[in-house]
Design a protein. Structure first.
Length: 254
């Protein structure tokens, strides 16, 4: 099954929203996804109601106390399984360094515990390039890049593209990726300009589905819900359903 890092080297582009809603829809379709929150801000963890007070009960415990990944999973009412983040994850870079064994630690844990045998894994990745984000790339077999319809988000996507290319000789493969445009407002010329620019740069790797700017998508995290629970008939729910259909039909999510 697919292991997907949801990543852009810019914050505020919809990484957490995309991870949450794709995972929620996969769960509704009976595919039993596992979500790993690799962002010390723990926004996904908080939205899911998976917050922990003790850092060792979060992903931090895996990195710094050798806790098992399976033992850290929290079961959420919406049917999601989440390995939560904690602010102390921000200490991982200084505590562990960046040697090869450190960068492959998450992948080694997933393989050792057979967590990916029969379920997709989605990783919500912090925008900073460091131990956590590199762990996600080393663990993933695909990268999904949300790009909000603004100039700085395209710059972040370009930085990530350069990062992935630089890592190809280490990974010994070209990492499969897809770019998805988020916060798209068809009334704004800039949205269409960015759409055109991304398609010129990345061609068929840009998803046909766009995620429109939508009130329900903005509201649902504050309610601690995915959009399918909060507003199943909304444009946001329709867009994420179309995105998952596209990713599944192209084999990006198996």
């Amino acid at each position: 099954m697919a292991k997907i890092a949801v990543f852009n080297q810019k914050g505020g582009v919809g990484k957490t929203t995309t991870t949450l809603n794709l995972a929620a829809l996969l769960a509704r379709r009976g595919q039993d996804p596992l979500v790993i929150d690799l962002d010390p801000q723990a926004h996904l963890t908080n939205v899911c109601g998976a917050s922990v007070t003790a850092p060792e009960r979060s992903l931090y415990g895996f990195y710094c106390n050798s806790a098992s990944l399976a033992g850290l999973i929290k079961f959420i009412n919406a049917g999601l399984k989440v390995i939560p983040a904690h602010l102390d994850l921000s200490k991982v870079d200084t505590q562990l360094g960046k040697g090869p064994n450190v960068l492959n630690r998450l992948n080694a844990g997933i393989v050792r515990e057979n967590l990916n045998t029969d379920r997709p894994i989605l990783m919500d990745v912090c925008p900073m390039l460091g131990v956590l984000s590199l762990n996600s790339i080393f663990a993933a077999d695909r990268v999904l890049v949300p790009v909000s319809a603004d100039f700085l988000a395209t710059k972040g996507a370009g930085e990530l593209e350069r990062t992935l290319r630089a890592l190809e000789h280490v990974l010994k493969k070209r990492m499969e990726r897809r770019y998805v445009i988020t916060r798209f407002d068809a009334r704004r010329k800039m949205s269409w300009d960015i759409d055109q620019k991304l398609r010129e740069c990345y061609g068929a790797e840009v998803c046909q589905t766009r995620i429109a700017e939508n009130v329900s998508l903005a509201e649902s995290p504050s309610q601690g819900m995915d959009v399918f629970t909060h507003a199943p008939a909304s444009r946001g729910a329709q867009d994420y359903q179309a995105l998952l259909d596209e990713l599944e039909s192209t084999g990006f999510i198996q």
